[in-house]
Design a binder for this molecule. Structure first.
Ligand SMILES: [Cu+2]
Length: 127
């Protein structure tokens, strides 16, 4: 992650239970992602180069297996941060398709809750 001051473009990504909302496309370059947690739980944003969530290697709970991604496909992440907060990450994105994922899997009252399986994934095209 770099310094937001150096970004060419800033986009807003909104996180809630259970969605990730991002612009459909953004121009290539150094991009600041302002992740806004409008939910009630902590969320994160993992940025992976790939055509779709379904095309990525996934574990039994639908979590993307970051260690099994193609070399260089894992661009970076904004680590989990609390509800009501905004967290910014800066990433260099070349043209292509990227998947934004909240990759949190947690145990709640003895049940496994998988944020990606619940729908916290989206794609963004970098042009
Ligand atoms: Cu989440």
């Amino acid at each position: 992650m770099g310094d937001p001051v150096d970004a060419d473009t800033t986009i807003e990504v909104t996180l809630t239970e259970w969605s990730v909302d991002a612009p459909d496309s953004v121009a290539a370059g150094t991009i600041a992602i302002d992740a806004v947690n409008n939910g009630t739980e902590p969320h994160e944003v993992v940025i992976v180069q790939g055509d779709s969530y379904e095309s990525l290697p996934r574990g039994e709970h639908g979590e993307v297996l970051e260690d099994e991604l193609a070399e260089g496909a894992l661009i970076g992440e904004i680590e989990a941060f609390p509800a009501g907060e905004t967290c910014t990450g800066v990433f260099d994105l070349t043209p292509g398709t990227y998947v934004l994922i909240c990759n949190i899997v947690e145990e709640e009252d003895g049940e496994t809750v998988s944020h990606p399986a619940e729908g916290m994934v989206t794609t963004i095209t970098v042009t």
